[in-house]
Design a protein around this ligand. Structure first.
Ligand code: SAM
Length: 474
């Protein structure tokens, strides 16, 4: 018998071959049976790693030297690769990214959900691999992230108002991205123009620690299939003169912009939460087309960030939902009603439930805009509105579930199990919470069908999955 290798300790270095993609843009490897999550490489790389954390049952490490590159490596496209952290797998060939995402889902279902028998289909690719995002959110910070060479040269990162993307796990500095290849070129130029205007002002960026400062976020949205563009400059309070300067410069440089907004966000939250919306130009919303449907999207509403892949996602959902003729379909966490409306024409009745009031307003308008009669949309927490919706509209035959990353509250799962719809189609952006929730549905009498991963975010670790669940008693 081989002698048992001692558990590796913090700061030790080891030579390993990196295994499959794991959560959070890492890969997983083993040192004598001990699982280590590694940042900074791709599956198949032979590397030297250093452990920066050694817990009882797993370790965390980063690559210190690439000894032999994986055959799946490709040259990265972005000058900020490795620092920005948005696209951890830009240097991994696309086929290998898809296979990595498939394995990630399969592994979560088996390991976290204990769902050994559930099959995982190949990951559906995104039709667009670059410039696929219809929404980008940039943050302002008082300090800019400095590269090692700049630090050595003594460059001062203090900027007053730098704007860009947060470096992973660093909340007070941003990397001032020039071109981001996930957004359109015009969006990168809008970012640059806004940066110039902020830098020329004598107002600092907001900081959640002292709750002071003016500049907060820049949110850019574009309708890939409509050409509409929205820019939302988010500040802690209103400075009408400055907002006008920004709006005028934007319209002059980008006549294609259809809506400009100054959102006011005085709360210390690190997310964009708008207390007021000051319309500077256009209608205040943009539209996007999915298939033959057109959607109105307001500044605070969720809309799938990759339009072309969202069409694929909704096709998958429709396939899993099956024949809907005469059936009652509930779309839980419906956002602006995209899935409900996508299914409405072939269903008996669709009902959408969603927390954000403005998204529900969009959903209702979207039904009218697309001449879809009969859908019922209600604003509120799904847990508080589901029972009432079932009393009002009848028990659902089919339920679509598309929760945020945290997944479903256990009480909602219990409520659904009691309602016992014949079919549930679960959409999820987090394989770990999906696995947990599917296990609970399996305990509640549902048979779990094949999991279909779909890539909405090429080059990033994010993975979307669609799974159909059938009630065993029906
Ligand atoms: C992943 S999005 C789903 C969007 C939609 N299915 C689509 O494809 O556009 C999740 C949605 O859940 C909403 N949400 C989050 N927590 C909620 C809750 N407790 N009750 C109802 N909706 C919630 C969010 O506002 C967001 O619109």
């Amino acid at each position: 018998m081989e002698p048992k290798q001692a558990r590796p300790r913090k700061n030790e270095e080891h030579e390993v071959v990196l295994g499959p993609i794991a959560e959070a843009g890492r890969t997983v490897t083993k040192i004598g049976g001990f699982v280590v999550f590694v940042r900074g490489g791709v599956p198949g790389d032979r590397v030297r790693i250093r452990l920066h954390r050694a817990r009882r049952n797993h370790g965390e490490a980063h690559v210190v030297e690439l000894l032999e590159p994986s055959t799946d490596r490709v040259p990265e496209r972005c000058e900020h690769f490795g620092v920005c952290g948005g696209c951890s797998f830009q240097n991994l060939g696309y086929e290998a990214q898809l296979e990595g995402k498939r394995r990630l889902v399969a592994d979560a279902l088996a390991r976290i959900g204990g769902l050994e028998g559930v099959e995982t289909a190949p990951c559906v690719p995104s039709p667009d691999l670059w410039e696929y995002r219809n929404k980008m959110e940039f943050s302002f910070a008082r300090r800019r992230w400095l590269l090692p060479a700049e630090l050595e040269a003594g460059v001062d990162g203090e900027r007053g108002a730098a704007v860009g993307l947060h470096v992973p796990r660093v909340f007070d500095k941003v990397i001032e991205v020039g071109t981001c290849h996930l957004q359109s070129k015009a969006m990168s130029e809008m970012l640059a123009l806004t940066r110039e205007i902020a830098a020329a002002s004598d107002l600092p960026a907001y900081d959640t620690r002292d709750r002071k400062g003016f500049w907060r976020f820049l949110v850019l949205r574009r309708g890939r299939n409509t050409g509409k563009m929205m820019a939302n400059l988010v500040t802690a309070w209103s400075e009408p003169k400055l907002a006008t300067v920004w709006a005028k410069s934007m319209i002059e440089r980008f006549p294609e912009v259809t809506t400009l907004i100054n959102g006011i966000a005085p709360r210390p939250a690190s997310a964009v939460i708008l207390d007021e919306i000051h319309l500077l130009h256009g209608e205040g919303t943009i539209t996007e087309r999915l298939g033959d449907l057109e959607f109105e999207i307001s500044p605070s509403s969720f809309f799938q960030p990759n339009t072309a892949a969202a069409e694929k996602l909704y096709e998958l959902v429709a396939d899993e939902a099956g024949d809907l003729e005469g059936k009652i379909v509930f779309d839980l966490y419906c956002g602006t009603g995209a899935i409900a409306l996508y299914l409405a024409r072939r269903a008996g009745k669709v009902v959408g439930l969603e927390l954000v009031e403005s998204a529900i307003e969009n959903a209702r308008k979207n039904a009218l805009r697309n001449r879809i009669a009969g859908p019922a949309f209600t604003a509120g927490d799904v847990r508080g509105t589901l029972a009432n919706a079932a009393r009002r509209h009848g028990r659902p035959d089919v339920v679509i579930l598309d929760p945020p990353r945290a997944g479903n509250h256990p009480k909602l799962v219990r409520e659904l199990v009691e309602l016992a719809p014949a079919k549930i189609v679960h959409v999820s952006c987090n394989p770990a919470t999906l696995a947990r929730d599917l296990a609970a549905f399996a305990d509640g009498g549902y048979t779990i069908g094949t999991a279909h991963p779909i890539d909405l975010f090429p080059h990033t670790p994010h993975t979307e999955t669609v799974v159909g669940l059938d009630h065993s008693g029906q």
